[in-house]
Design a protein around this ligand. Structure first.
Ligand code: UD1
Length: 418
């Protein structure tokens, strides 16, 4: 199993490009199932989750061709099998995103129940309830969500409690081909929801309000394929900016979306980073030890839970004490113990981490437990004295494209070993 060997203590400097967003690529791939004709999706990141989704399509008999530029051509008109198998769903919960499109277009979907995962129980009740509200018959049998409808799905007025990103996306996709006008209230406002809506609109859908908490979708008879490039990955950009805030240096990220990163930029500035922003780039200079900054995660536009772990690493070395409170997932603090093993001083109480900053981290063998926790360990390794070995790197490969190549380009010393 691959590991990363990080020799810490180097500043980061230079320019890199942002990759396409995982959390946009997955729903947009799922949306291609709604199209009557073939669809070309570009700017896909080279990531395990993207290949898992493509593998899932392959297992359903969808015609998929991928070229070297990670552009994918998808034609689902000859789909043979409306079944998302457990072996694939268990490695990627976002497979649930095929439920809405399959049911709406092909009137049937059998999707394995994702089950628990390292960061909490992560139920899918909102997805199932919404499909029922739209007229589908849904039974849970043999670990599968078995959903079907005789006629087209019917529009519904759905309030999401709690707000959920993939549930918003699933319902929005299902509603595009439903009869009548659907409303999603307390909808997720994440930029990736807007990206998906823009793609669906290109395909012929009628959607208003994406990016607000009320999305209105007027059903249409059919959607056609289009060419669409997925937006840049804001979590990837934010992770590299946080890395440079910790190591010091001077980096620029090009081809990114500054407007989607307001909460992060504001926190990094509080930590002492000097940040400049252009239309599609962000530069960051840091020439001192960072200052601690307390935060609470929440749905967009609040501070993203996907950046919580990286900020725990930042605050562990920053001057001063801080608290980091997680409100989105119940068990997303698996990185705390590992950062503590490297010399961080962190106490967990309920959903809050109390961090005594100003520590010098020491390299150690550590274990990645989930995607973003793994990223926080890479950041800790970059500033630690000596060598850090991160085990179970496959978590990182699910969500960060060529992470060691990009960081080494900026001056780090990371080697992939087996
Ligand atoms: C998405 C992102 C993930 C991010 C998360 C929160 C994708 C592919 N993944 O995950 O990277 O960490 O948003 O920003 O976009 N919930 C329910 N019932 C449901 C669904 C969700 O109670 O049916 C709860 C969850 O347990 C959680 C909260 O809603 O407490 C938010 O989760 P949700 O927004 O659904 O996360 P995902 O869409 O799975």
């Amino acid at each position: 199993m691959d590991k990363l060997l990080i020799k810490g203590g180097r500043e980061l400097s230079g320019e890199i490009y942002a990759s396409g967003a995982k959390n946009s690529a997955l729903p947009i791939l799922a949306a291609s199932l709604l199209a009557d004709s073939s669809m070309r999706i570009g700017n896909l990141p080279h990531l395990k989750d993207v290949t898992t989704m493509i593998e899932l399509f392959g297992s359903m008999g969808v015609d998929v061709a991928l070229n070297d530029d990670m552009e994918v051509l998808i034609d689902s008109s000859q789909i043979k099998n409306l079944n998302a198998r457990y072996e694939l769903v268990k490695t990627m919960r976002a497979s649930i995103l095929v439920l809405g499109p399959l049911l709406s277009k092909f009137k049937q979907a059998d999707v394995a129940l994702p089950g628990g995962c390292a960061i909490g129980s992560r139920p899918v009740n909102l997805h199932i309830d919404a499909m029922k509200r739209m007229g589908a018959e849904v039974v849970i049998e043999d670990g599968y969500i078995k959903a079907s409808t005789k006629d087209s799905l019917k529009a519904a007025d759905i309030y999401l409690d709690p707000v959920s990103v993939t549930a918003t996306e699933n319902i929005m996709m299902a509603a595009t081909l439903a009869e009548g006008t659907s409303v999603i209230r307390n909808a997720a406002r994440e930029p990736e929801v807007v990206d998906l809506a823009n793609c669906l609109i290109e395909m012929g859908a009628i959607i208003e309000g994406a990016g607000s908490d009320k999305i209105v979708i007027e059903g249409v008879k059919k959607l056609t394929g289009c060419e669409y490039n997925v937006m840049p990955d804001r979590v990837e950009t934010a992770t590299y900016l946080t890395a440079a805030t910790m190591t010091g240096g001077n980096i620029k990220i090009k081809g990114t979306v500054p407007s989607a990163l307001d909460s992060i930029i504001s926190k990094l500035k509080q930590s002492g980073a000097n940040i400049q922003v252009g239309d599609d780039w962000i530069s960051l200079k840091m020439n001192k030890r960072p200052v601690s900054t307390s935060l609470t995660t929440g749905p967009f536009p609040s501070f993203p839970t996907d950046m919580q772990a990286q900020f725990v690493a930042l605050n562990a070395i920053a001057e001063g004490n801080s608290t980091v409170t997680e409100t989105v997932f119940e068990n997303r603090f698996m990185h705390v113990q590992e950062i503590a093993r490297m010399g961080g001083s962190i106490k967990l109480q309920g959903n809050t981490a109390y961090i005594e900053g100003g520590k010098t981290l020491k390299g150690a063998p550590v274990m990645a437990t989930d995607l973003r926790a793994s990223a926080s360990l890479v950041l800790a390794g970059l500033v630690a004295e000596g060598e850090t070995i991160i085990d179970r790197v496959y978590h990182l490969d699910r969500g960060y494209e060529r992470i060691e190549e990009k960081l080494n380009f900026l001056g780090s010393d990371i080697e992939r070993i087996s």
